[in-house]
Design a protein around this ligand. Sequence first.
Ligand code: GDP
Ligand code: IMO
Ligand code: MG
Length: 430
Amino acid sequence: MPATVIVGAQWGDEGKGKITDLLAQNSDLVCRYQGGPNAGHTIIRANERYALHQIPSGILYPGKGCVIGAGCVVDPEQLVAEIDELEARGISTSALALSGNAHLIMPWHVALDSASELRLGRLQIGTTRRGIGPAYADKAARLGIRVQDVLDEKILRQKIAVALGEKNLVLERVHGMSPIELGPLASRMVELAERLRPYISDTSLLVDRALRDGKRVLLEGAQGTLLDLDHGTYPFVTSSSPIAGAAATGIGIGPTRIDEVLGIAKAYVTRVGEGPFPTEIEGADQVRMRELGGEYGTTTGRGRRCGWLDLVALRFAVRVNGITSLALTKLDVLSSIEALPVCVAYQLPDGTETTEFPAHQSDFHHARPVYETLAGWLEPLGPDPFPARAREYVEYIERAIEVEVSLVGTGAERDRVLSRHPLAALPRVA
Ligand code: GDP
Ligand code: IMO
Ligand code: MG
């Protein structure tokens, strides 16, 4: 049985959590393959809001397997808090499996993330300050502490002591910060290790077995295509690879096991944090869009920057992910906007126009959006009837990106999704 990747097609917060939760009801295993607590995936069920950060968005279904893969970075303190919160709300986490190869976000990573942003000042990336960059940097430098290291107290204490020797020098001498004390940290980590122990397993093997047994597997991306370390708007990106190709490495299965890539895109665009954003709306209209869409970060509470739909960037996302169908979320937010500009090309500094995403950063930084304006609709988005102009908006996108829109989001609640022909086979909310 094949695996399906769910990937953000913009700058994150496209509604991946909600769509993953929707598809999870007809799946057996839901896996996160990269990122960490920088993610915030919202699911709204029976007026209750769940904000998941490290745990996959399949957890609300009793008994569904949920995997945190090797490509993730895990903040143990935060993960235990997330587990406890879910359990307190009656959601069992007994089917959660955590890869021993995932790397741990340690307190020095969080401290260094903030310190680095402060140092950058005006040039800051606007990170979530969850320690993501420093943790992935240590992983690449082969200095990281992995989840499996917590299984042996002696190794754990030794690794923390060695790491702190260097990190405290940097914290104190470079950033003028207080050092982290070894004793209390090591003791706390030993406590957390006991909490994590029951969840740690060989998740590559687990996913492989599930696929061999004909189970349906969802691979849930965090962040989004334009935040990809290799293909996004570097340096204003995250430190992992959210794109679909990374799902195989992040889980530890071969790319031949994946046969569907569902891209998730908002019917407009948001970005949180710094960096270029060609279709960003100016002034009061941006504020209006933010309020209409409730565009405040799930993880940091920051107001998200809002812009018109960017079809150049969306076509790029189709390309680098191999998107086979698209879920277009938050179309309801556009109801009541009379005229809807969509960006169909960029004008570059030399005056030429392109419909391809610029390969050179300076071109992208200076790209001016070329808009076509589509007629809006004033009616709410019911399934029956579905406003003709909303249908035209969706069909315009399908033509532009040459991918079918299989799902349309019409509200934040779990069941506010329309499944569109010809993909009626996709699961519907019960
Ligand atoms: P994620 O990080 O991709 O999972 O997305 P977030 O959860 O950070 O942000 C998406 C927000 O939009 C959440 O508050 C969702 O509840 C909400 N949402 C998702 N789909 C829809 C939709 O179709 N319509 C509306 N109005 N809200 C939606
Ligand atoms: P989900 O999974 C939106 C952004 C940050 C910042 C940049 C780098 O909810 O879609 P980091 O903390 O990763 O080093 O920050 O990436 N960012 C996100 N933006 N949604 C996310 O996750 C994000 N995770 C990180 O705002 O610009
Ligand atoms: Mg989010």
